[in-house]
Design a protein around this ligand. Structure first.
Ligand code: BV8
Length: 239
């Protein structure tokens, strides 16, 4: 069986690692809706608020209170068994928890631990807080550094690659996403209609896109995914 597995993850897979999901905060940050804060307009109008939002999340991510959970480890086992030609992971998450366990993944919404200069477009690793005083290491411009993150209204990264992988998928697995944010919410339809894939959803609750899946496995991914991966690999003599 040379099936190609394509996986999409969302904030829910990082919930058991201690990172709050967007819906947990009922989409709020300092009484602003996330959609208000995570936009380029918000950054232009109130850069300090937006820097505060990302600096706080970055500080939590690099603290020792956050580490990958069994769901991240299970996906890594799947990658190790299938290899890079039969495995593709795209994440909506801007945390580095898949990266920490060694799983190659496409961060379609960017990365919290990277910054970008609006003047020279340089992308750089970032662990410290950004502010309107920050200076670009490359072009030395001040106050033009932003999180290397895709905001609402901006085009996600690697869309061509993602759609080509979906078109070749035999199995599409969606883990911990509410299916409320586009274009990620449409990937299941692309996998099914173009790739002809079987589609499985892992979530703690029903979502607006659950209906599009062949199977929904309810429960925390850290508890449901490891057993499912074992079964999947055993069935194929890969475990
Ligand atoms: C685009 C980075 C065009 C920021 C993010 C009107 C006006 C303007 C735009 C739009 C509009 N209507 C629609 C749009 C498009 C818009 C959009 O979708 N808006 C929504 C609000 C309707 N999208 C965009 O603007 C995108 N760009 O459309 O460009 C385009 C597109 C393609 C090609 C050409 C042009 C850009 C969207 C990216 C925004 N940036 N992130 C940041 O992180 O700060 S999105 C952000 O929210 C997250 O990255 C994440 O992707 C998303 C939240 O979604 P989830 O990951 O699903 O998280 P959520 O909390 O919602 O759900 C968690 C789920 O996990 C829940 O279901 C829960 O039950 C479950 N769960 C919890 N615990 C567990 C669990 N599951 C399993 N185990 C557990 N333990």
């Amino acid at each position: 069986m040379n099936e190609k597995v394509v996986i999409l993850t969302g904030a829910g897979i990082s919930a058991e690692s201690g990172l709050r999901t967007f819906r947990d905060q009922n989409g709020l940050w300092e009484d602003h809706s996330i959609e208000e804060v995570a936009t380029y307009d918000a950054f232009i109008k109130n850069p300090e608020l937006v820097h505060r939002f990302y600096n706080a999340r970055r500080a939590q991510l690099i603290s020792d209170e956050v580490s990958p959970n069994p769901a991240h480890a299970a996906i890594q086992r799947l990658f190790e068994a299938l290899g890079p030609d039969r495995f593709f992971l795209v994440t909506q998450n801007v945390d580095d928890l898949h990266d920490r366990v060694g799983t190659p993944c496409v961060h379609m919404h960017g990365e919290l631990l990277k910054g970008r200069c609006e003047a020279c477009n340089s992308v750089f690793d970032l662990h410290d807080p950004l502010s309107t005083e920050s200076v670009c290491f490359k072009c030395k411009e001040k106050g033009l550094l932003r999180p290397h993150i895709v905001w609402f209204g901006e085009i996600p990264f690697n869309m061509e690659l993602i759609y080509s992988q979906l078109s070749e998928s035999d199995l599409f697995i969606s883990i911990g996403t509410s299916g409320l944010v586009y274009p990620a919410a449409q990937f299941v339809r692309e996998a099914k209609n173009v790739g002809g894939a079987r589609c499985i959803e892992f979530n703690t609750e029903n979502t607006p896109i659950s209906i599009e899946f062949d199977e929904s496995i309810e429960g925390p991914a850290g508890e449901t995914l490891p057993g499912w991966v074992d079964h999947f690999l055993k069935q194929r003599g890969l475990l």
